[in-house]
Design a protein around this ligand. Structure first.
Ligand code: PBG
Length: 338
């Protein structure tokens, strides 16, 4: 018996370059380093750390713990932290009034982190959902999310964040025109160095589920006629790809410095199109549901946890991302030998 013929050229053996670790490293096309990671972090008003049940390994951090985490990020070579607030229920209302509180949790967390580790960039979500009792990202009028009324609130919120020392505003609300409005307001306030990373192509996704638990989000569609059941009138339809390019083009024209695709792994085709079309620094958000899926499978012994974490993050680099916003950031940085 002879072996199967190697058609058409017997000498073509792609396995030759895979034969040893050194050959694989030598021809590797992309790499992952701590500099590619933005640490997604949740803060709360209380003391200490409070584990998030649906996200094993993730906890809400007090302001003091967040400052320590910023120091840790610096030591690990993680360039930036994206901070999200868990707001106590009694502080929420229909209009998200506390979103622009200069003494609020986000302002205090940003200041504490910048004091502790000024070399670490801080990014803040510009969106009302942690502050609204209905969990939507905008102001509801007549059963609809009112675009322009929401933008007014987002400008107040973004300015407060920037004044607290936030380096990167990340509008995640998906209102039309918010990037331009924020950019104009920043310029007028003398905050021209504040960067904007827009959640440009953000989809109405089931993968945000655990985040709602993590930040104690109000219940969408709570039965009230004034609480639409989902975010499909502002976040994108998961079936669309050309529309993502229009969203990104607009945000760039309005003054975004960086753009983001969200969720991450199920949307790497969108990342690739955005990178190839615009050649802008493009990030993706490995969201809470992606984190929870990996951890749940690993805890059942169904996948190798560490390999799955690094493989998933490496996939973002291969797709063309400048970096990844991820809850795995500190663990991955440690695995990468920082
Ligand atoms: C809110 C916001 C969401 C996330 C980041 N910012 C949820 C949503 O839009 O419903 C999701 C983050 C995650 O799932 O990890 N505007």
């Amino acid at each position: 018996m002879t072996g199967a013929p190697l058609a058409p050229y017997p000498a073509l053996r792609l396995r030759r370059l895979r034969q040893a670790d050194w050959t694989r490293r030598m021809v590797r096309e992309t790499s992952l380093s701590p500099a590619d990671l933005i640490w997604s972090m949740v803060v709360h008003e209380g003391e200490g750390v409070v584990p998030v049940a649906s996200m094993p390994g993730v906890a809400r951090l007090s302001v003091t713990e967040a400052a320590k985490a910023a120091v840790e990020a610096r030591a690990l070579g993680i360039p930036a932290i994206a901070v999200f607030p868990y707001i106590d229920g009694e502080k929420k209302d229909r209009h998200g009034s506390k979103a622009a509180d200069p003494e609020g949790l986000i302002s205090r967390a940003v200041k504490a982190m910048k004091d502790a580790a000024p070399e670490v960039g801080i990014m803040c979500d510009v969106a009302l959902d942690p502050f609204t009792d209905h969990g939507h990202d905008g102001v509801i009028e007549g059963g609809r999310i009112h675009n322009d009324a929401t933008i007014e609130r987002l400008i107040e919120q973004g300015l407060v964040q920037a004044q607290a020392g936030c380096d990167i505003l990340a509008p995640s609300d998906m209102m039309d025109g918010r990037v331009g409005a924020l950019r104009t307001a920043l310029e007028a306030a003398g905050l021209q160095d504040t960067m904007i990373m827009s959640y440009a192509a953000k989809y109405a996704s089931a993968f945000y589920g655990p985040y709602r638990d993590a930040i104690g989000s109000g219940k969408l569609g709570g039965g009230d006629v004034n609480n639409p059941g989902d975010k499909k009138t502002y976040q994108m339809d998961p079936a669309n790809t050309d529309e993502a390019l229009r969203e990104v083009a607009l945000d760039i024209a309005e003054g975004a410095d960086m753009v983001m695709v969200k969720p991450g792994m199920p949307y790497l085709d969108i990342v690739r199109r955005v990178v190839e079309t615009f050649a802008m620094p493009t990030f993706a958000f490995q969201v809470s549901g992606e984190y929870a899926m990996i951890m749940a499978a690993a805890q059942n012994g169904w996948i190798d946890e560490e390999r799955a974490i690094l493989e998933s993050l490496g996939a973002f680099k291969r797709a063309g991302c400048a970096g990844v916003i991820t809850y795995f950031a500190p663990r991955a940085a440690r695995m990468l030998g920082a």
